[in-house]
Design a protein around this ligand. Sequence first.
Ligand code: SF4
Ligand code: SF4
Length: 381
Amino acid sequence: MYVIERPTLDALLAVLQQRAFTLVGPTVRDGAIVYDEIAAATDLPIGWTDEQEGGTYHLERRDDAAVFGYVVGPQSWKRFLFPPTVRLWHARRETGGFQVQADNEVPPRFAFIGVRACELHAIGIQDKVLLAGAHVDSVYEARRQHVFIVAVNCGQAGGTCFCVSMQTGPQVSSGFDLALTEIIENDRHAFVVEVGTDRGAEVLHELPHRAASEEEQQAARLVVERAAGQMGRRMDTTDIKELLYRHAEHPRWDDVANRCLACGNCTMVCPTCFCTTVEDTTDLTGEHAERWRTWDSCFTLDFSYIHGGSVRASAKSRYRQWLTHKLASWIDQFGTSGCVGCGRCITWCPVAIDITEEVSALRASENATLASAQEKHDGNP
Ligand code: SF4
Ligand code: SF4
Protein backbone atom coordinates (compact mmCIF):
# COMPACT_ATOMS: atom_id res chain seq x y z
CA MET A 1 0.00 0.00 0.00
CA TYR A 2 1.32 3.43 -1.01
CA VAL A 3 0.19 7.02 -0.84
CA ILE A 4 0.06 9.67 -3.56
CA GLU A 5 -1.03 13.21 -2.81
CA ARG A 6 -4.05 14.67 -4.64
CA PRO A 7 -2.00 16.68 -7.24
CA THR A 8 -0.26 13.45 -8.25
CA LEU A 9 -3.55 12.21 -9.73
CA ASP A 10 -2.92 14.66 -12.60
CA ALA A 11 0.55 13.17 -13.03
CA LEU A 12 -0.89 9.65 -13.04
CA LEU A 13 -3.19 10.55 -15.93
CA ALA A 14 -0.30 12.22 -17.78
CA VAL A 15 1.88 9.10 -17.40
CA LEU A 16 -0.91 6.94 -18.82
CA GLN A 17 -1.27 9.33 -21.77
CA GLN A 18 2.50 9.19 -22.37
CA ARG A 19 2.10 5.42 -22.52
CA ALA A 20 -0.37 5.91 -25.40
CA PHE A 21 -3.52 5.12 -23.43
CA THR A 22 -6.80 6.87 -24.25
CA LEU A 23 -8.21 8.02 -20.92
CA VAL A 24 -11.85 7.23 -20.20
CA GLY A 25 -13.36 8.32 -16.92
CA PRO A 26 -16.39 9.80 -15.20
CA THR A 27 -17.41 13.29 -16.20
CA VAL A 28 -20.53 15.43 -15.78
CA ARG A 29 -22.79 15.65 -18.83
CA ASP A 30 -26.55 16.10 -19.28
CA GLY A 31 -27.15 16.19 -15.53
CA ALA A 32 -25.51 12.82 -14.89
CA ILE A 33 -22.10 11.31 -14.31
CA VAL A 34 -21.19 9.48 -17.52
CA TYR A 35 -18.07 7.76 -18.77
CA ASP A 36 -16.34 9.54 -21.62
CA GLU A 37 -12.90 10.35 -22.95
CA ILE A 38 -11.13 12.76 -20.62
CA ALA A 39 -7.96 14.79 -21.07
CA ALA A 40 -7.05 15.63 -17.47
CA ALA A 41 -8.19 15.32 -13.86
CA THR A 42 -10.09 18.62 -14.22
CA ASP A 43 -12.57 16.74 -16.45
CA LEU A 44 -13.53 14.44 -13.53
CA PRO A 45 -16.66 15.28 -11.47
CA ILE A 46 -14.73 17.15 -8.75
CA GLY A 47 -17.01 18.25 -5.91
CA TRP A 48 -20.11 16.44 -7.24
CA THR A 49 -22.16 13.68 -5.73
CA ASP A 50 -25.31 11.83 -6.83
CA GLU A 51 -28.59 11.02 -5.12
CA GLN A 52 -30.25 7.84 -6.34
CA GLU A 53 -33.49 6.06 -5.55
CA GLY A 54 -35.93 3.89 -7.46
CA GLY A 55 -36.66 5.78 -10.68
CA THR A 56 -34.79 8.95 -9.65
CA TYR A 57 -31.28 10.33 -10.07
CA HIS A 58 -29.85 13.78 -9.60
CA LEU A 59 -26.51 15.45 -8.99
CA GLU A 60 -25.68 17.68 -6.08
CA ARG A 61 -22.70 19.77 -5.07
CA ARG A 62 -20.57 18.36 -2.26
CA ASP A 63 -19.04 20.53 0.42
CA ASP A 64 -15.56 19.22 -0.41
CA ALA A 65 -13.46 18.69 -3.55
CA ALA A 66 -13.72 14.90 -3.64
CA VAL A 67 -12.80 13.50 -7.05
CA PHE A 68 -14.70 10.21 -6.70
CA GLY A 69 -17.46 11.23 -4.26
CA TYR A 70 -20.39 9.60 -6.11
CA VAL A 71 -21.38 6.12 -7.19
CA VAL A 72 -22.17 4.61 -10.59
CA GLY A 73 -24.14 6.52 -13.24
CA PRO A 74 -26.32 5.30 -16.11
CA GLN A 75 -23.43 4.07 -18.23
CA SER A 76 -21.05 1.24 -17.59
CA TRP A 77 -17.68 0.37 -19.10
CA LYS A 78 -19.40 -2.06 -21.46
CA ARG A 79 -20.11 0.98 -23.62
CA PHE A 80 -16.39 0.98 -24.49
CA LEU A 81 -15.66 -2.76 -24.40
CA PHE A 82 -18.87 -3.90 -26.10
CA PRO A 83 -20.16 -0.81 -27.96
CA PRO A 84 -23.90 -0.22 -28.52
CA THR A 85 -23.42 -0.21 -32.32
CA VAL A 86 -20.67 -1.89 -34.34
CA ARG A 87 -20.39 -2.24 -38.12
CA LEU A 88 -19.36 -5.86 -38.69
CA TRP A 89 -18.77 -5.68 -42.45
CA HIS A 90 -19.63 -3.76 -45.58
CA ALA A 91 -20.03 -4.95 -49.16
CA ARG A 92 -19.82 -3.26 -52.57
CA ARG A 93 -21.34 -4.52 -55.80
CA GLU A 94 -18.80 -5.38 -58.44
CA THR A 95 -19.07 -6.77 -61.97
CA GLY A 96 -20.37 -10.30 -61.63
CA GLY A 97 -20.78 -10.25 -57.86
CA PHE A 98 -19.89 -8.26 -54.77
CA GLN A 99 -16.89 -7.71 -52.54
CA VAL A 100 -17.30 -8.12 -48.76
CA GLN A 101 -14.89 -6.44 -46.38
CA ALA A 102 -14.78 -7.13 -42.66
CA ASP A 103 -14.59 -4.13 -40.36
CA ASN A 104 -11.63 -5.03 -38.22
CA GLU A 105 -11.11 -1.75 -36.41
CA VAL A 106 -8.00 -1.20 -34.32
CA PRO A 107 -9.52 0.16 -31.12
CA PRO A 108 -7.77 2.62 -28.82
CA ARG A 109 -5.77 1.32 -25.87
CA PHE A 110 -8.08 2.41 -23.09
CA ALA A 111 -7.15 3.39 -19.55
CA PHE A 112 -10.31 3.29 -17.44
CA ILE A 113 -10.18 5.75 -14.53
CA GLY A 114 -12.43 5.19 -11.52
CA VAL A 115 -13.73 1.64 -11.99
CA ARG A 116 -15.75 0.50 -8.95
CA ALA A 117 -15.67 -2.95 -7.35
CA CYS A 118 -19.08 -3.97 -8.72
CA GLU A 119 -17.97 -2.84 -12.18
CA LEU A 120 -14.78 -4.93 -12.02
CA HIS A 121 -16.99 -7.92 -11.28
CA ALA A 122 -19.24 -6.98 -14.21
CA ILE A 123 -16.21 -6.81 -16.54
CA GLY A 124 -15.13 -10.21 -15.17
CA ILE A 125 -18.57 -11.61 -15.99
CA GLN A 126 -18.49 -10.22 -19.53
CA ASP A 127 -14.97 -11.65 -19.95
CA LYS A 128 -16.42 -15.04 -19.11
CA VAL A 129 -19.38 -14.68 -21.48
CA LEU A 130 -17.57 -13.06 -24.42
CA LEU A 131 -14.05 -14.49 -24.20
CA ALA A 132 -14.09 -17.80 -22.33
CA GLY A 133 -16.62 -19.79 -24.37
CA ALA A 134 -16.30 -21.61 -27.67
CA HIS A 135 -17.14 -18.42 -29.61
CA VAL A 136 -14.90 -15.49 -28.74
CA ASP A 137 -16.32 -12.04 -29.47
CA SER A 138 -13.55 -10.48 -31.56
CA VAL A 139 -14.80 -6.90 -31.06
CA TYR A 140 -14.75 -7.28 -27.28
CA GLU A 141 -11.42 -9.11 -27.34
CA ALA A 142 -9.69 -6.36 -29.35
CA ARG A 143 -10.99 -3.64 -27.01
CA ARG A 144 -10.43 -5.55 -23.78
CA GLN A 145 -6.91 -6.88 -24.19
CA HIS A 146 -4.87 -3.73 -23.42
CA VAL A 147 -7.16 -1.98 -20.95
CA PHE A 148 -5.37 -0.40 -18.00
CA ILE A 149 -7.66 -0.20 -14.99
CA VAL A 150 -7.42 2.39 -12.25
CA ALA A 151 -10.03 1.18 -9.77
CA VAL A 152 -11.54 3.19 -6.93
CA ASN A 153 -12.82 1.90 -3.62
CA CYS A 154 -16.21 3.42 -2.91
CA GLY A 155 -16.33 5.89 -0.03
CA GLN A 156 -20.11 6.06 -0.04
CA ALA A 157 -22.94 3.89 -1.31
CA GLY A 158 -25.91 4.96 -3.40
CA GLY A 159 -29.55 4.57 -2.48
CA THR A 160 -29.95 1.62 -4.86
CA CYS A 161 -26.59 -0.14 -4.29
CA PHE A 162 -26.49 -3.70 -2.94
CA CYS A 163 -22.98 -4.95 -3.80
CA VAL A 164 -22.51 -6.25 -0.25
CA SER A 165 -25.38 -8.72 -0.79
CA MET A 166 -23.87 -9.86 -4.10
CA GLN A 167 -20.35 -10.04 -2.59
CA THR A 168 -18.98 -7.78 -5.31
CA GLY A 169 -17.97 -4.70 -3.29
CA PRO A 170 -17.45 -2.05 -2.11
CA GLN A 171 -13.79 -3.14 -1.71
CA VAL A 172 -12.03 -3.94 -4.98
CA SER A 173 -10.25 -7.26 -4.75
CA SER A 174 -8.82 -8.16 -8.18
CA GLY A 175 -8.87 -7.25 -11.86
CA PHE A 176 -7.18 -3.83 -11.54
CA ASP A 177 -3.73 -2.40 -12.28
CA LEU A 178 -3.94 0.27 -9.58
CA ALA A 179 -6.65 0.81 -6.95
CA LEU A 180 -7.19 4.14 -5.21
CA THR A 181 -8.92 4.96 -1.95
CA GLU A 182 -9.63 8.66 -1.61
CA ILE A 183 -8.83 10.11 1.82
CA ILE A 184 -10.15 13.56 2.71
CA GLU A 185 -9.49 14.51 6.33
CA ASN A 186 -9.21 18.02 7.73
CA ASP A 187 -6.92 19.76 5.23
CA ARG A 188 -5.50 16.46 3.90
CA HIS A 189 -6.46 15.14 0.45
CA ALA A 190 -4.59 12.06 -0.79
CA PHE A 191 -5.06 8.57 -2.23
CA VAL A 192 -3.99 5.28 -0.72
CA VAL A 193 -2.83 3.17 -3.67
CA GLU A 194 -2.84 -0.59 -4.02
CA VAL A 195 -0.83 -2.17 -6.83
CA GLY A 196 -2.55 -5.02 -8.72
CA THR A 197 -0.14 -5.80 -11.56
CA ASP A 198 3.47 -5.30 -12.66
CA ARG A 199 2.19 -2.79 -15.19
CA GLY A 200 0.53 -0.87 -12.35
CA ALA A 201 3.77 -0.96 -10.35
CA GLU A 202 5.70 0.49 -13.33
CA VAL A 203 3.26 3.37 -13.64
CA LEU A 204 3.34 4.08 -9.90
CA HIS A 205 7.14 4.04 -10.03
CA GLU A 206 7.03 7.06 -12.37
CA LEU A 207 5.06 9.08 -9.81
CA PRO A 208 5.97 10.71 -6.51
CA HIS A 209 4.76 8.20 -3.93
CA ARG A 210 5.65 6.70 -0.57
CA ALA A 211 4.69 3.72 1.56
CA ALA A 212 1.38 4.15 3.41
CA SER A 213 1.61 4.36 7.20
CA GLU A 214 -0.49 2.03 9.35
CA GLU A 215 -2.73 5.01 10.17
CA GLU A 216 -3.27 5.74 6.46
CA GLN A 217 -4.07 2.11 5.71
CA GLN A 218 -6.57 2.14 8.56
CA ALA A 219 -8.13 5.33 7.17
CA ALA A 220 -8.53 3.58 3.79
CA ARG A 221 -10.20 0.59 5.46
CA LEU A 222 -12.62 2.92 7.25
CA VAL A 223 -13.61 4.56 3.96
CA VAL A 224 -14.70 1.20 2.54
CA GLU A 225 -16.37 0.11 5.79
CA ARG A 226 -18.42 3.31 5.75
CA ALA A 227 -19.64 2.56 2.22
CA ALA A 228 -20.41 -1.05 3.15
CA GLY A 229 -22.59 0.19 6.01
CA GLN A 230 -24.59 2.52 3.75
CA MET A 231 -26.06 0.09 1.21
CA GLY A 232 -29.41 1.41 0.02
CA ARG A 233 -30.71 -2.07 -0.78
CA ARG A 234 -30.05 -5.68 0.17
CA MET A 235 -30.91 -9.00 -1.38
CA ASP A 236 -31.07 -12.36 0.36
CA THR A 237 -29.39 -14.65 -2.19
CA THR A 238 -29.83 -17.91 -0.24
CA ASP A 239 -30.81 -20.64 -2.73
CA ILE A 240 -31.88 -17.88 -5.09
CA LYS A 241 -31.70 -20.04 -8.19
CA GLU A 242 -34.01 -22.66 -6.72
CA LEU A 243 -36.32 -19.96 -5.31
CA LEU A 244 -36.84 -18.46 -8.77
CA TYR A 245 -37.20 -21.79 -10.54
CA ARG A 246 -39.78 -22.85 -7.93
CA HIS A 247 -41.89 -19.76 -8.63
CA ALA A 248 -42.01 -19.50 -12.41
CA GLU A 249 -45.81 -19.38 -12.19
CA HIS A 250 -46.13 -17.09 -9.16
CA PRO A 251 -48.85 -14.36 -9.40
CA ARG A 252 -46.19 -11.76 -8.47
CA TRP A 253 -45.05 -11.82 -12.12
CA ASP A 254 -48.50 -10.50 -13.09
CA ASP A 255 -48.18 -7.66 -10.57
CA VAL A 256 -44.83 -6.52 -11.90
CA ALA A 257 -46.00 -6.91 -15.52
CA ASN A 258 -48.84 -4.47 -14.79
CA ARG A 259 -46.22 -1.83 -13.99
CA CYS A 260 -43.48 -2.73 -16.47
CA LEU A 261 -43.38 -0.60 -19.63
CA ALA A 262 -41.10 -3.11 -21.41
CA CYS A 263 -38.90 -0.11 -22.24
CA GLY A 264 -35.67 -2.11 -21.89
CA ASN A 265 -33.90 0.58 -19.79
CA CYS A 266 -32.89 -2.02 -17.22
CA THR A 267 -31.03 -4.07 -19.84
CA MET A 268 -29.37 -1.03 -21.44
CA VAL A 269 -27.92 0.23 -18.15
CA CYS A 270 -26.97 -3.20 -16.81
CA PRO A 271 -23.20 -3.72 -16.97
CA THR A 272 -23.52 -7.47 -17.62
CA CYS A 273 -26.35 -7.67 -20.22
CA PHE A 274 -24.84 -8.62 -23.57
CA CYS A 275 -27.69 -9.42 -25.98
CA THR A 276 -27.44 -8.01 -29.47
CA THR A 277 -29.23 -8.11 -32.79
CA VAL A 278 -27.87 -7.83 -36.31
CA GLU A 279 -29.31 -5.60 -39.03
CA ASP A 280 -28.42 -5.32 -42.70
CA THR A 281 -28.84 -2.04 -44.56
CA THR A 282 -28.39 -1.08 -48.21
CA ASP A 283 -28.23 2.26 -49.96
CA LEU A 284 -30.87 3.24 -52.51
CA THR A 285 -28.69 2.32 -55.48
CA GLY A 286 -28.15 -1.24 -54.24
CA GLU A 287 -24.42 -0.75 -54.72
CA HIS A 288 -23.48 -0.82 -51.06
CA ALA A 289 -24.62 -2.91 -48.10
CA GLU A 290 -23.62 -2.98 -44.45
CA ARG A 291 -24.16 -5.29 -41.50
CA TRP A 292 -24.46 -3.68 -38.06
CA ARG A 293 -24.63 -5.21 -34.61
CA THR A 294 -26.58 -3.26 -31.98
CA TRP A 295 -27.50 -3.87 -28.37
CA ASP A 296 -30.86 -5.58 -28.06
CA SER A 297 -33.06 -6.33 -25.08
CA CYS A 298 -35.10 -9.31 -23.94
CA PHE A 299 -37.86 -6.75 -23.28
CA THR A 300 -38.53 -6.20 -26.99
CA LEU A 301 -41.17 -8.28 -28.75
CA ASP A 302 -38.83 -8.99 -31.66
CA PHE A 303 -36.09 -10.40 -29.46
CA SER A 304 -37.81 -13.79 -29.10
CA TYR A 305 -39.39 -13.81 -32.59
CA ILE A 306 -39.03 -17.26 -34.15
CA HIS A 307 -40.89 -18.58 -37.20
CA GLY A 308 -43.86 -16.25 -37.26
CA GLY A 309 -44.31 -15.48 -33.57
CA SER A 310 -42.65 -14.25 -30.41
CA VAL A 311 -41.91 -16.85 -27.75
CA ARG A 312 -42.29 -14.22 -25.04
CA ALA A 313 -45.33 -12.27 -26.15
CA SER A 314 -46.30 -10.75 -22.77
CA ALA A 315 -44.51 -8.22 -20.54
CA LYS A 316 -44.89 -10.78 -17.75
CA SER A 317 -42.87 -13.42 -19.62
CA ARG A 318 -40.22 -10.88 -20.60
CA TYR A 319 -39.70 -9.50 -17.09
CA ARG A 320 -39.62 -13.04 -15.67
CA GLN A 321 -37.08 -14.03 -18.33
CA TRP A 322 -34.84 -11.07 -17.50
CA LEU A 323 -34.89 -11.46 -13.71
CA THR A 324 -34.67 -15.26 -13.79
CA HIS A 325 -31.78 -15.15 -16.25
CA LYS A 326 -29.89 -12.60 -14.15
CA LEU A 327 -30.22 -14.43 -10.86
CA ALA A 328 -30.76 -18.09 -11.73
CA SER A 329 -30.16 -19.47 -15.24
CA TRP A 330 -27.04 -17.27 -15.57
CA ILE A 331 -25.55 -19.40 -12.78
CA ASP A 332 -26.31 -22.56 -14.79
CA GLN A 333 -24.86 -21.02 -17.94
CA PHE A 334 -21.78 -19.21 -16.70
CA GLY A 335 -21.20 -20.32 -13.11
CA THR A 336 -21.88 -16.88 -11.57
CA SER A 337 -24.80 -14.59 -10.93
CA GLY A 338 -25.53 -12.14 -13.74
CA CYS A 339 -26.10 -9.38 -11.19
CA VAL A 340 -23.37 -7.43 -9.39
CA GLY A 341 -25.68 -5.27 -7.26
CA CYS A 342 -24.85 -1.95 -8.94
CA GLY A 343 -28.45 -0.77 -8.62
CA ARG A 344 -28.62 0.84 -12.09
CA CYS A 345 -31.73 -1.10 -13.17
CA ILE A 346 -33.56 0.23 -10.09
CA THR A 347 -32.47 3.85 -10.50
CA TRP A 348 -33.14 4.00 -14.25
CA CYS A 349 -36.43 2.10 -14.35
CA PRO A 350 -38.99 4.83 -15.12
CA VAL A 351 -41.56 3.14 -12.88
CA ALA A 352 -39.09 2.17 -10.13
CA ILE A 353 -39.39 -1.59 -10.46
CA ASP A 354 -36.82 -2.97 -8.05
CA ILE A 355 -35.08 -6.33 -8.56
CA THR A 356 -34.41 -6.62 -4.80
CA GLU A 357 -38.07 -5.96 -3.98
CA GLU A 358 -39.26 -8.59 -6.48
CA VAL A 359 -36.96 -11.26 -5.02
CA SER A 360 -37.96 -10.41 -1.48
CA ALA A 361 -41.69 -10.54 -2.43
CA LEU A 362 -41.28 -14.07 -3.82
CA ARG A 363 -39.34 -15.13 -0.74
CA ALA A 364 -41.86 -13.56 1.66
CA SER A 365 -44.73 -15.27 -0.15
CA GLU A 366 -42.99 -18.63 0.05
CA ASN A 367 -42.19 -18.14 3.74
CA ALA A 368 -45.80 -17.20 4.44
CA THR A 369 -47.04 -20.33 2.65
CA LEU A 370 -44.63 -22.52 4.60
CA ALA A 371 -45.59 -20.87 7.92
CA SER A 372 -49.28 -21.36 7.19
CA ALA A 373 -48.70 -25.04 6.33
CA GLN A 374 -46.73 -25.45 9.55
CA GLU A 375 -49.54 -23.82 11.59
CA LYS A 376 -52.07 -26.17 10.04
CA HIS A 377 -49.82 -29.10 10.75
CA ASP A 378 -49.26 -28.01 14.37
CA GLY A 379 -53.01 -27.42 14.89
CA ASN A 380 -53.93 -30.83 13.44
CA PRO A 381 -51.25 -33.22 14.59
S1 SF4 B 1 -29.41 -6.55 -12.72
FE1 SF4 B 1 -29.52 -4.41 -12.05
S2 SF4 B 1 -28.37 -4.31 -10.09
FE2 SF4 B 1 -27.83 -6.25 -11.14
S3 SF4 B 1 -25.97 -5.75 -12.32
FE3 SF4 B 1 -27.72 -5.44 -13.73
S4 SF4 B 1 -28.25 -3.25 -13.49
FE4 SF4 B 1 -26.89 -3.80 -11.76
S1 SF4 C 1 -38.48 -3.23 -15.47
FE1 SF4 C 1 -38.51 -0.98 -15.68
S2 SF4 C 1 -36.69 -0.48 -16.92
FE2 SF4 C 1 -37.07 -2.70 -17.17
S3 SF4 C 1 -38.36 -2.83 -19.01
FE3 SF4 C 1 -39.77 -2.74 -17.25
S4 SF4 C 1 -40.25 -0.53 -17.03
FE4 SF4 C 1 -38.42 -0.65 -18.36
